[in-house]
Design a protein around this ligand. Structure first.
Ligand code: GUN
Length: 288
């Protein structure tokens, strides 16, 4: 049996289309949603991600202001940029692209972003709200993964979900979101013994490790839904996920492709957070 593809391109296009309407509505009220992205240094992957975010902003009518600053920028200078954006009422979302160049303190920078503009959802206020099941900015990649499950009517309730990876950006928040939807959740990581056995219990298997073919076909339960969050470049220079797609698709019932799965969803959810932030700043009702 070959799995049904979870088409992140299609699901994200639907979300973007809905946002376009909401943005037009905000503009008719004199509100222009605005995302400010801060890129420090010359990391090629980061440059690509930032360009992609800018392009999507432009396509939807979100104002995009990129601050591209050199890797010689000091911690104090970077904090001053964040402070300036925090204080600017025209800016609704602030995103400092990670990783930062060596010598800069990521934690201090991320914690400096105003909780009301934390569209990445990585700050302590956003993550605390997620832990408390309170509405707030959700980290974009895990939120996108949940939206893909929802779009294919895959209800985590009563299922066994296994999340491989425990990062703040994906693994931990995704585990909480699955728990919120009443899944029984196991989080696996580099020190998990018997990773294969754990994965084989997964009705929903989410992988966010950053290593090509980390998950082989024999680690996938028959009929599972597989969400692959990895973005890796293989020996042939091709972009691949963390899951051996060709083998896994023979056992799974649903699987996300890479590219075309979690990637476009992440950007769509960033746009969603930016629009939510613009609404909140103007005391308009939001659906978070
Ligand atoms: N680097 C890789 N992914 C992300 C992301 O989602 N947000 C930020 N700020 N940096 C990243």
């Amino acid at each position: 049996m070959a799995a049904e593809l979870i088409d992140g391109k299609k699901v994200s296009a639907e979300i973007r289309e809905k946002l376009k309407g909401e943005i037009a509505d905000l503009k008719s009220k004199g509100i222009e949603p605005c995302l400010s992205v801060v890129l420090v240094g010359e990391n090629k992957a980061s440059q690509k991600y930032v360009a992609s975010k800018e392009k999507t902003c432009n396509a939807l009518g979100i104002k995009s202001i990129a601050h591209k600053i050199p890797d010689t920028t000091t911690q104090a200078e970077l904090i001053a940029v964040v402070d300036r954006l925090n204080a600017d009422p025209a800016v609704h979302g602030i995103l400092v692209q990670l990783p930062l160049p060596k010598g800069l303190d990521e934690k201090e920078v991320m914690n400096r972003i105003s909780p009301s503009k934390d569209v990445d959802g990585f700050g302590p206020d956003s993550l605390g709200k997620l832990m408390l099941d309170e509405p707030g900015f959700l980290p974009c990649t895990p939120h996108g993964a949940m939206k893909m499950l929802e779009a294919y009517n895959i209800d985590p309730g009563g299922k066994h979900a296994v999340v491989v990876g425990r990062s703040i950006i994906v693994g931990k928040p995704l585990a909480l979101l699955l728990l919120q939807k009443h899944a029984t959740v196991t989080i696996c990581h580099s020190r998990t013994p018997n990773l294969k056995e754990e994965c084989l219990k997964a009705d929903i298997l989410c992988v966010a490790v950053g290593r090509a073919k980390m998950i082989t076909g024999d680690m996938v339960k028959e009929g599972a839904a597989v969400i692959d969050v990895g973005i890796n470049v293989n020996e042939e220079g091709k972009i691949v996920g963390d899951v051996d797609f060709d083998a896994a698709k023979e056992r799974a019932a649903y699987i996300t492709p890479v590219p075309g799965g979690a990637g476009p969803m992440t950007i769509a959810m960033l746009m969603y957070n930016t629009v939510m932030s613009a609404k909140m700043a103007n005391n308009l009702p939001v659906d978070m």
